[in-house]
Ligand binder design. Structure first.
Ligand SMILES: Cc1cc2nc3c(=O)[nH]c(=O)nc-3n(C[C@H](O)[C@H](O)[C@H](O)COP(=O)(O)OP(=O)(O)OC[C@H]3O[C@@H](n4cnc5c(N)ncnc54)[C@H](O)[C@@H]3O)c2cc1C
Length: 215
C-alpha cells in the first residue's frame, strides 16, 4: 500500500475558501503525529506515530526504467511525495510494513474509544446533513431501522468517501441546483459540489520474475 497524503495546494485551497484550520500548515502536524517514518523525522515527516512508513524494500528493474524514462522527459525525482513541491513529482515508493498486507496499528487507536467526548456508532447510515441558514448544524442517520438526529455544537466533518460525500451533500440539498431539481431535491445551497474533482493518473507497473512480483 502506498502511503500518500493530499496535495498541499488542495488543503490551502480549502483554507482560502474560508475553512480555517484546514490549510496545509494546519494539517501537517497531524500527518506527522500519525506517522512513524523509518527514514527519520524531517520537516514533512514524523516518527513515533501509529502508521509505519518506509521505502519499498525490493528494487525492481521495471520501476528503475520507469523513473529513468520520467527523468529523461524532464520530471524531477523528489525524495518525498508529501513535500512542498507537487509539480514535477515522482513516486519514490514509500510503503508501510514488511511485505505483509499493510495494517494500520488499530490497537494504537483503541484507547481513544474510551474518551468521554467520543461516541462510535457502527451500522449507522447518514442520510442527510441538517442545515440552518446554509450552515450544517447536525446529521440525520438511520440505525436499526430507526431515524435519529444529532446536533453539532461546533462542526460536522463529512468523510463518507469520494463518491458518498458529494452524494450525501446532494441528498441534503447542497449541490448543482439543476441536478438537484431534476432529482426532486429542494435546493438549499446551489454549489458545484464535485465539479472540481481532479483526475488522477495512476500508472501501475507489473512484472513477475522468479524472485519477486511487483506492482
Ligand atoms: C483499490 C484502491 C486502492 C487504493 N490504494 C491506496 C494506497 O495504496 N494508498 C493510499 O493512500 N490510498 C489508496 N487508495 C485511496 C484510499 O483508499 C482513499 O483515499 C481513502 O480511503 C479515503 O479515505 P476517506 O476516509 O476519505 O474515505 P473512505 O475510506 O472511502 O471511507 C468512507 C467511509 O464512509 C462510510 N460511508 C459512506 N457513506 C456513508 C453513509 N451515508 N453513512 C455512514 N457511513 C458512510 C463508508 O462505508 C466508509 O467506511 C486506494 C483506493 C482504492 C479504491
Amino acid at each position: 500500500m502506498v502511503y500518500i497524503r493530499g496535495q498541499r495546494q488542495d488543503y490551502d485551497d480549502w483554507r482560502e475558501l474560508g475553512n480555517e484550520g484546514w490549510g496545509y500548515r494546519d494539517v501537517l502536524p497531524y500527518f506527522k503525529k500519525a506517522e512513524n517514518q523509518h527514514r527519520g523525522a524531517d520537516e514533512f515527516h514524523g516518527i513515533g506515530g501509529p502508521i509505519d512508513v518506509h521505502d519499498q524494500f525490493e528494487r525492481n528493474e521495471l520501476c528503475d526504467a520507469f523513473f529513468a524514462a520520467a527523468r529523461e522527459v524532464g520530471f524531477r525525482l523528489t525524495k518525498t511525495l508529501m513535500g512542498a513541491i507537487v509539480k514535477a513529482r515522482l513516486i519514490t515508493s514509500s510503503l508501510p510494513t514488511d511485505g505483509a498486507v499493510p495494517v494500520l496499528r488499530l490497537d494504537t487507536f483503541r484507547p481513544a474509544r474510551r474518551r468521554v467526548n467520543l461516541t462510535i456508532l457502527v451500522n449507522a447510515q447518514a442520510t442527510r446533513l441538517l442545515l440552518q441558514d446554509r450552515q450544517v448544524v447536525g446529521v440525520e442517520f438511520i440505525k436499526d431501522g430507526q431515524r435519529f438526529r444529532v446536533n453539532a455544537r461546533r462542526e460536522v466533518i463529512l468523510s463518507a468517501g469520494a463518491f458518498n460525500s458529494p452524494h450525501l451533500l446532494q441528498l441534503s440539498g447542497i449541490g448543482p441546483a439543476e441536478r438537484l431539481r431534476a432529482s426532486g431535491i429542494s435546493v438549499l445551497h446551489d454549489l458545484s459540489v464535485w465539479a472540481k474533482a481532479s483526475k488522477t493518473i495512476l500508472c501501475q507497473l507489473s512484472s513477475t520474475n522468479a524472485r519477486s512480483r511487483s506492482h
